[in-house]
Design a protein around this ligand. Structure first.
Ligand SMILES: Cc1cc2nc3c(=O)[nH]c(=O)nc-3n(C[C@H](O)[C@H](O)[C@H](O)COP(=O)(O)OP(=O)(O)OC[C@H]3O[C@@H](n4cnc5c(N)ncnc54)[C@H](O)[C@@H]3O)c2cc1C
Length: 358
């Protein structure tokens, strides 16, 4: 028996994968409705096609261009391999329905509190008074994972604030705008030509940076969708006896773009494989995405933590060269190391930014 805590995209994908491999799976979710509240922009790269078929029932928009703005107002436009903008409530519900069709049992209103290890299994305690015994316990319960805390696996993880609103504002339907500046990274992601998801991420002063972005893209705020995002921590232990962490609970987020949906789903697949084949989950997911997540972390450290305004301006100037934009437009950003190497070969001046790592 497998108990999964959390019915987010990663918990749901893990549930479907485990059911397919013959496990009996129960998913416990604290909220009444899967996918609510929304705390996400919902961009996924074209790589989503490798994990599932993007369906019109949850894809609200498709993006084929991005424009990146430097602090001095200069910008660079780049064609993209298609990116999908998903409605997170519908996306999460769709993945849960897939898992249910594979045989997973869902339990809403079940907030996991703690677990106790017995000889060969775990007793789980929920806020509603229910107690459950399971052989395997999976924490897919997001950045503040109670499963991680209860099992001494939380580590020294750090968080970024994601402050976002849905805003009524005229926008170009197939264009994502990014704003890179000292202290924050902002975005305007269109749902359609009238509504955009406008947000920033930063280590602090989130409202201040959001206001700065809002001055540039002012509209009518319809809804706030803010949350916290774990910074990838290579030292977090994700497997301990029969307890496993996956997705945000395991900090498996691309620290440069703060996308956690796709890496989390990839790790969920490795978890199902590990349990089915009796292999080490820790080893499998690190082999598949560990180096990519580490590379994103280095980009984050250089850009969000060290860059000054003049460095962002310089970066945009260098990227504006057609040979660089053409290169970027052909690559997926899930696995950035090859792209970075090719960029440095084409334009060695990119290497000057490596000094910020030291
Ligand atoms: C503002 C913002 C914008 C973002 N934009 C993007 C983006 O564009 N693209 C992208 O890929 N990622 C984005 N992310 C990150 C993305 O939201 C996460 O990486 C992704 O949701 C991780 O999925 P998950 O299933 O691991 O965790 P979650 O989606 O957090 O799901 C965890 C689930 O566990 C449940 N839960 C939590 N605690 C308990 C408990 N104790 N008991 C029972 N259930 C519990 C929660 O209710 C939730 O349903 C963004 C995040 C923020 C904050």
């Amino acid at each position: 028996m497998v108990a999964i805590i959390g019915a987010g995209p990663v918990g749901n994908h893990a549930a479907a994968q485990l059911c397919k491999r013959g496990f009996t799976v129960d998913v416990y979710e604290e909220h009444a409705v899967i996918g609510k509240p929304v705390q996400c922009t919902g961009i996924t790269t074209f790589f989503l096609n490798n994990l599932m078929k993007p369906k019109d029932e949850f894809v609200v928009n498709r993006i084929s261009r991005t424009k990146v703005f430097a602090p001095d107002g200069s910008s660079v436009e780049i064609a993209l391999p298609k990116n999908y903008i998903v409605d997170r409530t519908k996306f999460d519900a769709y993945l849960a329905a897939v898992a249910q069709s594979e045989g997973a049992n869902y339990h809403s209103h079940h907030r996991f509190i703690r677990s106790e290890k017995r000889d060969n299994n775990y007793r789980l305690y929920f806020a509603n008074g229910k107690e459950v015994v399971t052989d395997h316990l999976i924490g897919a319960d997001g950045p503040l994972s109670a499963v991680a805390k209860s099992n001494g696996m939380f580590g020294q993880r750090k968080f970024i604030i994601g402050h976002q609103a849905r805003v009524k504002i005229p926008c170009e339907e197939d264009l994502v705008e990014f704003f890179i500046d000292e202290g924050y990274f902002g975005w305007s992601v269109p749902e359609n030509s009238k509504i955009a998801r406008l947000g920033i991420c930063s280590l602090d002063k989130a409202q201040h940076y959001f206001d700065k972005l809002y001055q540039m893209r002012k509209g009518k705020i319809l809804e706030w969708q803010s949350g916290i995002i774990p910074l990838y921590d290579p030292n977090v232990v994700t497997e301990k006896d029969s307890v496993y962490l996956v997705g945000d609970a395991a900090t498996q987020v691309k620290a440069s773009t703060l996308g956690g949906i796709i890496p989390g789903m990839m790790a969920a697949e490795e978890l199902a494989r590990a349990l089915a084949e009796g292999k080490s989950y820790e080893r499998l997911w690190r082999k598949r995405i560990g180096f990519a997540l580490w590379t994103h972390l280095m980009i984050h450290k250089i850009m969000l933590q060290r860059f000054k305004e003049k460095d962002y301006n310089k970066l945009v100037r260098l990227v504006r060269q057609p040979r660089i934009t053409t290169l970027i437009s052909t690559r997926d950003r899930e696995f950035p190391s090859l792209l970075l190497a090719k960029m440095a070969l084409l334009e060695p001046r990119f290497l000057q930014f490596i000094r910020f790592l030291f």
